[in-house]
Design a protein around this ligand. Structure first.
Ligand code: FCB
Length: 467
C-alpha cells in the first residue's frame, strides 16, 4: 500500500509496555511491594479502585504476548524491569526468581527474532525505599533522598550483569517528570505526595540516579544506554506576556529541568523565575553532579502524545511551598478545532514534528540519536458483532504521527526508532483500566487478547518497509 510513510533501512519499529501496567503477579516469586501497589490500594487514588494485582497477567502469559509481537513483525520490544522483583526490599538481597523471569522473557524474545529494549525504572519504586519496612535495611523517603539514586545504580548493575549480554538497548528512567512532579507535587501518581521542595529534590535525585546507572551499565558493557523523557510541546494560549511567561515556566518544569543538565551541562537559566526560593535555597545539588548527569548517551528516548496549551494562572494553593504543582503555576487550556482522544488529549501531529525540530535546533550536535519510545492513543474502543475492534481513530493517529515523525527526519532530526504505546490494553495508572491504549484488546475477565485493526495496520506498515 502506497500511503504508508516510508522509513530508512534499519529504522527500528517496536512496541512498548511497562511492568506494573501488565505483569500482575505482584506477590509471586518473591517480588516485594512497590509504591504503586500501595498507592493503587489506597481508597480513592485510582479509577474504580483498580490495581495492578492481576493486570494483563503477563507474568504468566508472556509467551503468548511474545507470539503477538512476532506476528506483528516488530524489530524490538520495549518492556520494563520491576525493581521490586529484583531487589524486593530496595536494598540488600537480590531475588534470583525475579531475574529468572526477565531471563525467560529475553530468551523468548530473542527466539522470536525480536531485540529486547529494557527500561530500568518505569515508576515501580520498591516501597521500602519510600517508607522503610521493619527489619529492612532501606532508609526510606523515596526520590527525595540521594540514597535512592545510589540504590538504583546497584539494582541497575545487577540487572545488566544478568541480562546485558542479550539486551542491547537500556533505558535508565521512563519519564522522570511524572515520577518527580506527578508523584511528589501534584500527588496524582505514587507516592501521592504534595510537596514543593520534595518534588525538586526528587527531580534532581532521579537525574543523579540516571547518571550513576549510566556508569553501572557502561561498566557492565551494555551496547546502548539512554533515558526516556516525555518532552512537552507547550504553546501559549495567547500572545500576552503573562501567557508567554507561563510557557517559559512550563518548558522549564517539563523539558529544561531534564534536557539542560543531560545535554547542555547546566541547570535551566529560567529555574529561578519558575521556582523562586524553592530552587535558590536548595541543598540537594553537589559538585560533580552535572558531570555525572551529563555523561554522553547513545540515544535519547522521547515519548510524545500531544501538545499542551498553557495559560498563566494564579497559585491555587495558599501555601507557596507547594507551588511547584503544575496546576498551580499555569493552567492547561483546551485546544478547540481538533479531535480529542479518550484521554481528552488534542490530536496535533504537526506539533510532534515541531517538538523534534526545535530540540535539534536548541541542542545541535549535543542531541544524540532519538528513539521515540512511546506514541499512541487511548480510544473508546468497541467490540463489534464480529468480535473485532475497528479502531479507525487509533489507526489515523498512528499513521499521522508516523508521517509527522518522518517529516522531522526529513528536516534533519536523527531518529532511529519508534515504539507504539502500547502492545496491550493495560493499567493506565490513576485512570485504571478505563483507558485503553493497546493495539491488542485485553478482556480483563478472561485475559483474552484480540488484535485490533490498528495492530493489523501497524503490521502492514512494517511489512511495507521491507517489501
Ligand atoms: C506515559 C507512560 C506510559 C503510559 C502512557 C499513556 O506517560 O510512560 O506508562 O501510561 O503515558
Amino acid at each position: 500500500m502506497s500511503d504508508f510513510p516510508r522509513f530508512p533501512a534499519g529504522f527500528v519499529f517496536g512496541a512498548a509496555t511497562a511492568s506494573y501496567q501488565i505483569e500482575g503477579a505482584v506477590a509471586e516469586d518473591g517480588r516485594g511491594p512497590s509504591i504503586w501497589d500501595t498507592y493503587s490500594h489506597t481508597p480513592g487514588r485510582t479509577a474504580n479502585g483498580d490495581t495492578g494485582d492481576v493486570a494483563c497477567d503477563h507474568y504468566h502469559r508472556y509467551p503468548q504476548d511474545v507470539a503477538l509481537l512476532r506476528e506483528l513483525g516488530v524489530d524490538s520490544y520495549r518492556f520494563s524491569i520491576a525493581w521490586p522483583r529484583i531487589v524486593p526490599d530496595g536494598s540488600g538481597p537480590v531475588n534470583p526468581k525475579g531475574l529468572d523471569f526477565y531471563d525467560r522473557l529475553v530468551d523468548e524474545l530473542l527466539a522470536a527474532g525480536i531485540e529486547p529494549a529494557a527500561t530500568l525504572y518505569h515508576w515501580d519504586l520498591p516501597q521500602a525505599l519510600e517508607t522503610p519496612s521493619s527489619g529492612g535495611s532501606a532508609a526510606g523517603r523515596g526520590w527525595r533522598v540521594r540514597e535512592t539514586a545510589e540504590r538504583f545504580a546497584e539494582y541497575a548493575a545487577v540487572a545488566a550483569e544478568r541480562l546485558g549480554d542479550r539486551v542491547p538497548r537500556w533505558i535508565t528512567l521512563n519519564e522522570p517528570w511524572c515520577s518527580a512532579f506527578l508523584g511528589y507535587s501534584v500527588g496524582r501518581h505514587a507516592p501521592g505526595a504534595q510537596e514543593g521542595r520534595g518534588a525538586l529534590a526528587a527531580a534532581h535525585h532521579l537525574l543523579v540516579g540516571h547518571g550513576l546507572a549510566v556508569r553501572a551499565l557502561r561498566a557492565a558493557g551494555v551496547r546502548e544506554v539512554g533515558i526516556t523523557l516525555n518532552l512537552d510541546r507547550n504553546l501559549p494560549a495567547s500572545d500576552s506576556d503573562a501567557d508567554r511567561a507561563a510557557v517559559v515556566r512550563a518548558d522549564t518544569q517539563h523539558n529544561l529541568v531534564w534536557t539542560e543538565p543531560l545535554l547542555a551541562g547546566r541547570y535551566p537559566v529560567s529555574e529561578e523565575e519558575t521556582w523562586g526560593e524553592l530552587i535558590t535555597g536548595q541543598d540537594f545539588r553537589r559538585d560533580g553532579d552535572l558531570e555525572l548527569i551529563g555523561q554522553p548517551l547513545d540515544f535519547l528516548g522521547i515519548n510524545y502524545y500531544r501538545p499542551i496549551v498553557v495559560a498563566d494562572a494564579p497559585y491555587r494553593e495558599a501555601d507557596p511551598a507547594r507551588r511547584v504543582a503544575t496546576d498551580n503555576r499555569y493552567a492547561e487550556v483546551r485546544l478547540e478545532g481538533v479531535r480529542h482522544t479518550a484521554m481528552n488529549w488534542p490530536v496535533v501531529p504537526e506539533s510532534f514534528t515541531d517538538l523534534l525540530v526545535d530540540l535539534k535546533e536548541r541542542y545541535g550536535d549535543a542531541l544524540p540519536p532519538v528513539h521515540i519510545t512511546e506514541n499512541g492513543s487511548a480510544e473508546a474502543d468497541e467490540v463489534s458483532a464480529d468480535g473485532a475492534v475497528h479502531d479507525a481513530d487509533r489507526v489515523a493517529y498512528l499513521r499521522d504521527h508516523l508521517t509527522a515523525l518522518r517529516a522531522a527526519m526529513d528536516a534533519g532530526v536523527d531518529v532511529r526508532g519508534y515504539y507504539v504505546w502500547s502492545l496491550l490494553d493495560n493499567f493506565e495508572w490513576a485512570l485504571g483500566y478505563d483507558k485503553r491504549f493497546g493495539i491488542v484488546r485485553v478482556d480483563y475477565g478472561t485475559q483474552r487478547r484480540t488484535p485490533k485493526d490498528s495492530y493489523r495496520w501497524y503490521r502492514e506498515m512494517i511489512a511495507a518497509q521491507r517489501g
